[in-house]
Design a binder for this molecule. Structure first.
Ligand SMILES: Nc1ncnc2c1ncn2[C@@H]1O[C@H](COP(=O)(O)OP(=O)(O)OP(=O)(O)O)[C@@H](O)[C@H]1O
Length: 260
């Protein structure tokens, strides 16, 4: 399967400080990655490179067969789905759920006077149903619960059938029920044969959905482990990445971790 992302010796420097250090990483079309690492490790920064939102300070980033710096990012970005809290903050609170998803077709947040085809509306309705939001289509985004808002953000990010889907902490701040509902939906989506390549950043191994098959541990801007999820999410690797003894357990594709 062809690669959708290839980073070669990618570094990011901000205010003289290295935030990503010489990252080499390839993501293939059939891979669903989870990225874990301590606060400030550079996870969101890495996702922003993958989203063509920032350029490496040095090194080369190829995204969907285009090289950053030699491609019009406004043509590249619509092929990438990106759900993050920063993106969610740009959604007008009084926008209907249907319009939050529909406006992804024009890469805008906030419906104005774009013309949408019936096919766009039907697709938005289908995506809402898939993410168990069909009954909320006419509700205002700002009136939804955190769990519902997270699902709307993901529905919006898959509206355009992206070739690469990026999720920055999709389950953060959710209660147990909302988290499990989201993970069930994400697991189903990730396990479907037609799913795009997915990269998800999370803080907790408990938030890794079933169906994710690759993992990366990032610490101080550098990759400390990357590869098949069962080989990476181990007690030893997590203890090294987080700097304390941790014990990891895996049951039927779900993980838990606690201090040992
Ligand atoms: N534009 C910027 N200018 C200066 N420093 C920055 C900038 N963006 C990020 N940083 C710094 O880079 C480091 C990595 O940030 P990043 O948000 O990528 O980490 P993270 O692993 O996602 O963290 P968290 O788990 O806390 O969300 C942090 O120390 C952050 O303060």
């Amino acid at each position: 399967m062809a690669s959708v992302l290839q980073l070669s010796d990618v570094s990011i420097v901000r205010d003289g400080n290295p935030i990503l250090k010489s990252v080499d990483w390839t993501v293939n079309g059939d891979e669903r990655w989870v990225i874990l690492g301590p606060n400030g490790a550079g996870k969101t920064t890495l996702l922003q490179v993958a989203a063509a939102m920032i350029h490496p300070s040095s090194g080369k980033a190829r995204i969907l067969d285009d090289t950053l710096g030699a491609v019009d990012v406004f043509e590249l970005r619509p092929r990438i789905g990106f759900a993050s809290t920063a993106m969610a903050r740009r959604i007008p609170q009084n926008e209907t759920v249907l319009d939050v998803v529909l406006t992804a077709a024009y890469s805008v947040t906030g419906r104005w006077n774009e013309t949408y085809e019936d096919i766009d509306t039907r697709r938005a309705q289908r995506v809402l149903a898939e993410w168990r939001l069909g009954d909320l289509a006419n509700r205002k985004f700002g009136d939804l619960s955190d769990g519902e808002q997270k699902r709307v953000q993901i529905a919006r990010s898959v509206m355009t059938d992206p070739e690469l889907l990026l999720l920055d902490e999709p389950a953060a701040s959710l209660d147990l029920g909302a988290r499990e509902e989201l993970l069930q939906l994400l697991g189903g989506y990730a396990s479907a044969p037609q799913a795009p390549a997915i990269i998800m950043v999370t803080h907790h191994v408990e938030e890794i959905p079933v169906g994710f098959n690759r993992a990366m541990l990032l610490s101080h801007g550098a990759i400390t482990a990357a590869g098949p999820i069962g080989e990476v999410i181990t007690s030893q690797n997590l203890s090294d990445a987080f700097g304390l003894p941790l014990e990891v357990e895996e049951i039927n594709g779900r993980y838990t971790a606690r201090a040992s």
